[in-house]
Structures are given as C-alpha cells and as structure tokens.
Design a protein around this ligand. Structure first.
Ligand SMILES: NC(=O)c1ccc[n+]([C@@H]2O[C@H](COP(=O)([O-])OP(=O)(O)OC[C@H]3O[C@@H](n4cnc5c(N)ncnc54)[C@H](OP(=O)(O)O)[C@@H]3O)[C@@H](O)[C@H]2O)c1
Length: 293
C-alpha cells in the first residue's frame, strides 16, 4: 500500500470519520488518528485506512502520526485542552514538513466570546496563523447532528419536543457529512483555500419551530419547539451528566444564538464541491432509525 500523505484526526468522530471514508473512496491512502484501538478503529482499518493510536495532547504521538504527512485535518472536541493540542499539532506539523492543515473551529469563535470553548477556538485559529503553516479554518454553525445527539434526541423521541433556550433565533443546520465533503475537497486541492476562513451553514435558515416541523414531516408526527429558559437548560444538561466545560459552552452559545451569531446560509460547500449541503428533512431521513423509541 502507498504510504499515506493525508492525516485525519478525530477519525472516529462525525466529521473525521466521514472524511476518511470519502478520501478512501477517492483512492487516497489515509492515516487515521484515533484515541483508542477499539471497534471503531477496527472499522476504519477494514475500510482501508492506516490507523494510528494517540492522544492529541501527547506531542510525541502527534509527531509520529504526522511523519510523512503533507496534508492534515485537525479537530478537537468541546473539552479543555484545545489551545495546547493546537500548539502541539502545529509544532509537530512544522517539524514533519506538513504543507496544509484544515482546522475545525466554530462560528462563535470570536475575541469577545464568553464560552471558554469558543474563545479557545478563536485563540487556536491564531496559533495556527502564527505557525506559518498553510491553514484553512472552518467555522460551522450548529451541526444538524444536534438532532441525533443523545440529550436532544431523547426529548424528540420521548416527548415529541425540541427543548432549547434559543428564543426565536435562526440557523441553517449543517450536516457533518457535508462538511466532510468540503474537508475532502480542500485536502485534495488546498492551494485556493490557503489562509481562508469559511463560515459553514446548511442550505435553509430556520427557527426552531420550523426545524421541528421538518423533523415532524419525516417522522409523521407533530414535533413542538419548547423555548425553555437558560436555567432549565442548565438543569436538564446537568441531570444528563454532561461535563461542566461543555455546559458552560452550551449556555453561552445559546445566548449567542439568540443574538444572531449562528445565522447564515451555505455559500461555500455548494460552490467548492458542486453539491449543496443536505436539508434537515434529508438529514432526518438518513438517521430515521435513531428516532424509534
Ligand atoms: N456540534 C456542533 O454543532 C458544532 C458546531 C460548530 C463547530 N463544532 C466543532 O466541531 C468539533 C467536533 O467535531 P466532530 O463533531 O466531528 O467531532 P466529534 O464527533 O465530537 O468527535 C471528536 C473526535 O475527537 C477524538 N478525540 C477527542 N479527544 C481527543 C484527544 N485528546 N486526542 C485524540 N483524539 C481525540 C474523539 O475520539 P473518541 O471518540 O475516542 O473520544 C473523536 O474521534 C469541535 O471542535 C466543535 O467545536 C461543532
């Protein structure tokens, strides 16, 4: 097998996993970085990826994963450690002679962000910029995956409700699968995207009731948007045991959402890939099996 020149981090996550699949479909040799050598890692091997195990907070593991790599996708979860992981990744990428990096950030990454995760994303973007690597930053709005993340999906399945403190704010949910198509396209031809920052959106901007209506059409039942308070939201997230760092982020970006920070519609995915991102209806249809109680 040809030695891979493309590294995908977060290869068991939503954007990383789909990017690995698409690159392999396009006949690229791919190295996939995973945290644990588990069933998901075995599946990546079965697909044809070269799997390496390592933590993004372990410089030597990251350096080893980047050996011989020319292009990489960097993604880190909403968890403490993003700025450190980014600095280590940039250092190792420079040492390894990596030419281009696609960096997953988010739309709320701003100098004034109150979310610790969003401010870390903003800072991490700057770390990559200072590194001198050729980087493309992606700043997605809320993923369509919110509809299937366990905490939110549970309310849809059990009570026919989308429960969020989003007021009458709007966004165009963007599926990780469509972001993966863009990431793949950039990794295949990074030059035109060097130094660019792309806000990513789905095709149609909607408020939460409109999203609920689209979900309801696919599930053939009424789905209601229940506009809860931030206090209720905090309590519900705590009850489900979500980590405090994530809860702090979710509460602050809920306020951002109400203030329009997440608004916008796709302008780049369709342009670069020739195919518009999927609608909420198409997304729910894809994952319909997850909505049975
Ligand atoms: N969800 C949204 O609405 C949204 C919106 C805008 C931006 N974003 C950004 O999207 C990113 C998440 O992307 P995603 O949804 O594709 O990822 P994801 O599904 O949350 O998966 C995260 C991946 O990173 C891996 N990982 C976690 N910690 C690691 C570590 N220390 N070392 C190595 N690997 C590690 C995980 O492995 P394990 O599974 O083994 O832990 C997993 O493969 C975040 O940066 C977030 O800010 C999300």
């Amino acid at each position: 097998m040809t030695s891979p020149t493309i590294l995908i981090t977060g290869a068991t996550g939503f954007t990383g996993r789909r990017t690995v699949e698409l690159l392999l479909e396009n006949k690229h040799a791919v190295r996939a970085l995973v945290r644990a050598d588990d069933r998901r890692a075995a599946q990546l091997r079965e697909l044809g990826a070269e799997v390496v195990v390592g933590d993004l907070l372990d410089l030597n593991a990251v350096r080893a994963a980047l050996e011989g790599i020319e292009r990489a996708y960097f993604v880190y979860p909403i968890a403490p450690g993003l700025i450190e992981a980014t600095a280590l990744f940039a250092l190792a990428a420079k040492e390894a002679g990596v030419a281009s990096v696609v960096n997953m950030s988010q739309i709320s990454a701003r100098r004034v962000a109150k979310s610790h995760a969003a401010l870390s994303h903003y800072t991490a973007e700057r770390v990559f910029d200072w590194s001198g690597l050729d980087v493309t930053h992606l700043r997605p709005t809320y993923f369509a995956q919110w509809l299937i993340y366990p905490h939110w999906r549970k309310h849809i399945v059990k009570h026919g409700e989308i429960r969020l403190p989003f007021g009458s704010g709007r966004h165009a949910p963007i599926a990780a699968e469509d972001q993966a198509r863009l990431i793949t396209a950039i990794l295949e031809n990074p030059q035109p995207h060097k130094g660019k920052t792309y806000p990513l959106h789905g095709p149609v901007q909607m408020n939460q009731q409109a999203i609920a209506d689209e979900v309801g059409k696919v599930l053939s039942q009424e789905i209601k948007y229940v506009a809860i308070t931030l206090d209720d939201y905090r309590q519900e997230l705590e009850k489900d045991g979500l980590p405090s760092f994530l809860i702090q982020h979710l509460l602050e970006v809920a306020k951002d959402y109400q203030n329009g920070v997440f608004e916008g519609e796709d302008s780049i995915i369709a342009q670069v890939t020739g195919q518009p991102p999927m609608t909420v209806q198409a997304f729910v249809t894809l994952y319909k099996g997850l909505f049975t109680s």
